[in-house]
Design a protein around this ligand. Structure first.
Ligand code: SAM
Ligand code: SF4
Length: 333
C-alpha cells in the first residue's frame, strides 16, 4: 500500500514549522504600555474568524505537520466560550498540544473548564507584584484577579504554570527578584522575555533588560542556577534550574540571542491574516478564502508558499530592522 507522503512545512533555510499561534481577538482588558496604545479602535466582531473558521484552518494545516497550537491575543479570554474552541481544536487529528497565553484577569472562573476542554499548557503574564506598578504598566487595576487566576490554574492541575514577565530596564528590573521568589514559593515557572520593538511605545535597545543581567540578579539574590537537564540551546527559551531543586527559570532572549534560525512558528491573526514571523511585513489574508468556497488544497498551498518565503530573521539588532505596522496586541504574542 502506498502511504501519502506528507511534506513538512519547510522554508528555504530548512526550518520545519509545526507550531501555530492563533490570536482569537485583538481586544484586551489591560493596556500594557509595551504592547498597545492607550486609545485603541478594536476590530469589528464580524472581522474576527469564527471558531468554525479557525478550526477549518487547523484541519487544513494539521496534515502539513502543525501539531502544536497556542491561543493568544489581545486577551484570549475576552473571546466568549473559549473552552469550546479549545475542545474543537483538541479534536483535530494530529493536534497534540493546545496552549494559552493570558493576562490572567478572567482566568479564575475559567481555569477548570479550560483544563477540562483539553488545554494543558498555560502561560500567565505578570510583570510585577506591586499593585501601583501593575497599574502603571497596564494602565488598569487587576493584580488581585491575576493572582486569583494563577491560583485557580494550579488548582485546576495545570502543570507547569508559567509566568511571563517582560524585562524592561528601569521599569521591570526591580521586579525580577520578587517575581522569582514568588514563583519559587508557589511552584510556578518564571519566564523573562526581553523587551521587543513590537509595541506602541518608542523602543530603544537601551531599554532592554538583558538575559545575562536577569540571570545575574537571580543568582545573587535568589539562588544559583544551572542549565536545565533538557536545556536546548536552539529553543526560544533558555531554561535553568535552581541548584537546590527549587524550580525552573526560563529566559527568552529575543534581542540579545535571537533564535530565528530555529524558529518553527507561523501565526494566524484574529482577522485571519497569516504571518510567517512575529515581525513580518507581509501577510496573507485567508479570511475571504476560509469564508468562500476555496478548497483546502489551495489554502494549504498558500500556507506552504508563505513558509517557503520566510526571511532569515527579524534583524532587530541591525539598522535594517523595520518595525511592523501592527502592534503586538493585533498580532498575537
Ligand atoms: N494578553 C495576553 C497576555 O498578556 O498574556 C496574551 C497576548 S500578549 C501580546 C502575549 C505576550 O506578549 C505577553 O506575555 C506579553 O507580556 C508579551 N509582550 C507584549 N508586548 C511585548 C513586547 N514589546 N516585548 C516583549 N514581550 C511582549
Ligand atoms: Fe493586553 Fe496582553 Fe498586550 Fe497586556 S500584553 S495589553 S494583557 S494583549
Amino acid at each position: 500500500m502506498n502511504l501519502p507522503v506528507i511534506k513538512p512545512l519547510i522554508d528555504t533555510f530548512g526550518r520545519v514549522h509545526n507550531n501555530l499561534r492563533i490570536s482569537v481577538t485583538d481586544r484586551c482588558n489591560l493596556r500594557c504600555t509595551y504592547c498597545m496604545p492607550e486609545e485603541v479602535v478594536f476590530m469589528d466582531k464580524h472581522e474576527l474568524l469564527s471558531f468554525e473558521e479557525i478550526t477549518r484552518f487547523v484541519e487544513i494545516v494539521a496534515p502539513l505537520g502543525i501539531d502544536k497550537i497556542r491561543l493568544t491575543g489581545g486577551e484570549p479570554l475576552m473571546r466568549r466560550n473559549l473552552p469550546q474552541l479549545v475542545s474543537m481544536l483538541c479534536k483535530v487529528p494530529g493536534i497534540k498540544d493546545v496552549g494559552l497565553t493570558t493576562n490572567g484577569i478572567l482566568l479564575a472562573p475559567l481555569a477548570q473548564s479550560l483544563f477540562d476542554a483539553g488545554l494543558r499548557r498555560i502561560n500567565i503574564s505578570l510583570d510585577t507584584l506591586d499593585p501601583a506598578r501593575f497599574r502603571q504598566l497596564t494602565r488598569r487595576d487587576g493584580l488581585d484577579k491575576v493572582l486569583d487566576g494563577i491560583h485557580a490554574a494550579k488548582k485546576a492541575r495545570f502543570h507547569p504554570v508559567k509566568i511571563n514577565a517582560v524585562a524592561i530596564r528601569g521599569i521591570t528590573e526591580h521586579e525580577v527578584v520578587p517575581l522569582a521568589r514568588f514563583a519559587r514559593e508557589f511552584g510556578l515557572e518564571m519566564r523573562f522575555i526581553e523587551y521587543m520593538p513590537i509595541g506602541a511605545d518608542h523602543w530603544e535597545r537601551d531599554k532592554v533588560y538583558f538575559a545575562h543581567e536577569i540571570l545575574e540578579q537571580i543568582e545573587q539574590s535568589v539562588g544559583p542556577l544551572v542549565p536545565a537537564s533538557d536545556y536546548d540551546a536552539k529553543a526560544p527559551a533558555q531554561d535553568f534550574e535552581y541548584v537546590d531543586g527549587g524550580g525552573r527559570v526560563g529566559i527568552i532572549a529575543s534581542v540579545s540571542r535571537p533564535f530565528c534560525m530555529s524558529c518553527n512558528r507561523v501565526r494566524l491573526t484574529a482577522d485571519g491574516k497569516l504571518r510567517n514571523c512575529l515581525f513580518a511585513l507581509n501577510e496573507i489574508d485567508l479570511k475571504p478564502l476560509l469564508r468562500g468556497g476555496v478548497s483546502a488544497a489551495e489554502i494549504a498551498n498558500l500556507v506552504r508558499g508563505s513558509v517557503w518565503e520566510k526571511w532569515e530573521g527579524h534583524e532587530i539588532n541591525t539598522a535594517r530592522f523595520v518595525k511592523p505596522q501592527r502592534t503586538m496586541h493585533t498580532i498575537g504574542g
